[in-house]
Design a protein around this ligand. Structure first.
Ligand code: SF4
Ligand code: SF4
Length: 417
């Protein structure tokens, strides 16, 4: 189970494609403790049995006064550095203990000092430099570009000071079209030059259909995006999801993110936000009408249902389901929050482009290593067995088995020419 600490869902940027936009419209102060106090949130984290510190999340977490941010980071640092030492016997010098996801626009030197002190990994939400980031609109072009330039400077400062930093970009009309891809590549290489090689390129998930023309890239361009970016990232040693996730699940090493793990929309184990008032909720990606569903604090595996997945698997692809799909084992209909028509019962609205990404990656690996038997190939396992094997990271034995068998068959003797 992965937890986040939602200090506030309010945000100074208010991007229209944010998955929390509808909930924010309904009540931007939901779950916030009066006076921005954080003691209830800290107590909730102490009460829950968790291995890793919850990611400080928002909205924009840096909207909170520095005193409160420092209180949360220092409490989390104390709690979770002890847990790391209990588990591993030591805390490595470059090991991160806490983490934050921020739009990066409010970061100053005091925040950077805190990140260094509490070993915080920083994720920055930005879609690229200059016009690539115009989807995060600040009212007019001048303000938007100025804000983007400030975020880039903050990213550079973080790296100069040695703060582990990564990028999450939302792929939309400003950065993901055929025309803009060359500039996006330029941005990713610019980030690589300052030492950032990982993050996420998340396809846009829009909850306001009236904004689709403005922000959403057409399916044909989504497909092109994945086909174009997969080899580029591979050739440049860049480790961005979903590309890297596809590689891991094809090779059987596990699912890296929650989106392919048969998430129950009402018991989202991949994301449990803890709000400022200490309440625990479900992932806001599945909230399409702004309702913030609450969840049990410590989860309850018996309550989790896989009905979306068992039903979609029985409906043929031609009729809107996933029946017969070759890539079921690595996709599992994808995130219910990105389902077609905002209805979690459907498969992902990105089915076609994801399929193209899986196909492109699969072909590349089979070409490199024809002896692999990828998790998408025949293994005489049921869907559930394969899901469990990938999920617990043991499917890699199956994938590489043919290579081991052939090595053993040679009995240590090399074949004669
Ligand atoms: S709804 Fe989607 S993003 Fe949220 S936990 Fe489930 S799979 Fe993850
Ligand atoms: S690629 Fe499409 S059909 Fe296949 S599992 Fe994913 S959503 Fe379903």
């Amino acid at each position: 189970m992965a937890y986040s600490a939602k200090l506030t869902i309010n945000c100074n940027q208010d991007c229209t494609y944010c998955y929390e936009a509808v909930s924010r419209q309904e009540n931007r102060h939901v779950g916030r403790q009066p006076g921005n106090e954080v003691d209830k949130l800290i107590q909730a984290v102490k009460d829950i049995d968790m291995t890793y510190a919850p990611n400080l999340h928002g909205g924009e977490p840096l909207l909170l006064p520095k005193k409160q941010i420092e209180k949360v980071l220092s409490e989390f640092y104390d709690m979770f550095s002890k847990k790391i030492i209990e588990r591993k016997g030591k805390l490595d010098p470059d090991e991160t203990v806490t983490s934050i996801q921020t739009n990066g626009s409010l970061i100053d030197d005091d925040h950077i000092e805190m990140f260094l002190k509490y070993k915080t990994a920083v994720g920055i939400s930005i879609d690229g430099h200059e016009e690539l980031n115009d989807g995060r609109w600040m009212g007019n072009v001048e303000k938007t570009r100025k804000n983007t330039a400030k975020i880039i400077r903050n990213i550079q400062k973080l790296k100069e000071r040695g703060v582990p930093t990564s990028i999450i970009a939302v792929v939309n009309k400003h950065n993901g079209t055929k025309e803009r891809i060359p500039k996006l590549k330029e941005f990713l290489l610019m980030m690589k030059n300052i030492g950032i090689i990982n993050g996420r390129l998340n396809m846009i998930e829009l909850d306001f259909p009236e904004l689709a023309d403005q922000l959403q890239i057409p399916m044909e361009e989504e497909i092109h995006f994945y086909q174009e970016m997969a080899p580029f990232l591979m050739e440049n040693d860049l480790y961005y999801a979903p590309f890297i996730d596809v590689v891991d699940s094809l090779l059987g090493f596990g699912y890296r993110t929650c989106v392919t793990t048969q998430c129950d929309p009402y018991h989202t184990l991949g994301e449990r936000p803890i709000y400022g008032d200490g309440t625990v909720g479900n992932c806001l990606r599945t909230s399409k009408d702004g309702t913030v569903f609450l969840a049990e604090k410590n989860g309850n595996a018996d309550r989790v249902s896989n009905e979306r997945y068992s039903i979609l698997r029985q409906i043929p692809m031609s009729e809107g389901g996933c029946g017969g799909c070759k890539y079921w084992s690595i996709c599992n209909a994808h995130c219910p929050g990105s389902a077609e028509d905002g209805d979690w019962r459907n498969k992902s609205q990105h089915c076609e482009s994801l399929y193209a990404l899986y196909e492109t990656t699969e072909r590349a690996y089979k070409k490199m290593m024809p002896n692999l038997r990828l998790t998408t190939e025949k293994h005489n396992l049921s869907d559930n067995e394969m899901f469990n094997r990938i999920n617990n990271g043991t499917a890699s034995d199956l994938v590489f088995s043919r290579m081991f068998e052939q090595t053993n068959d040679r009995g240590g003797r090399r074949g004669a020419y």
